[in-house]
Design a protein around this ligand. Sequence first.
Ligand code: SF4
Length: 184
Amino acid sequence: MARKVYYGPLVDVSFDGDVCRHAAECVRGMPEVFNTSKRPWIDPVNADTAERADYLREVIGRCPSGALVVEEHPAPAPASTPSCEVSVIDAPEASRFEARIDGVLAGFAEYQLTDQLVVFTHTEVDPAFEGRGVGSAIARYALDKLRSEGTHKALPLCPFIKGWIERHPDYLDITYGARPAQAQ
Ligand code: SF4
């Protein structure tokens, strides 16, 4: 089983069922987030204040197996950042969407084109530009372009694009094989 990510407003949580020892530290510690009788059984949406998010980190720290991991959201850009403007273009000769900040390549999403699909295979953001919305800008630009052209659907093999679409279910209609239930 692959590690699966559950999204919350302050922190995300990932879980690997293969290593879980079912010690139930998580369920005992924070039943409003870990509830095996619900689907999904992990719901970080309920860790919606800084205090609860801290407690969630503490509970996950007690997981004896390492099955649970806190996935911190990127830190917001510091106020002194000179420019945050991300410009995105399609660079079909390189089979990728490219994002630039102040003319410098900040990240890209590689794809392969078929008759009906844009298959997203890999997304990368330069660590120097992390936390500035580069990945998100690429995803939004690429998917808006697909929607406006109306000829291809997105097939997100890349975990970043897949996760982004899961957090933005209004793009499921242009995602190959997606059903509204996958928006959870
Ligand atoms: S605390 Fe960790 S090992 Fe225990 S049930 Fe939860 S996920 Fe599994």
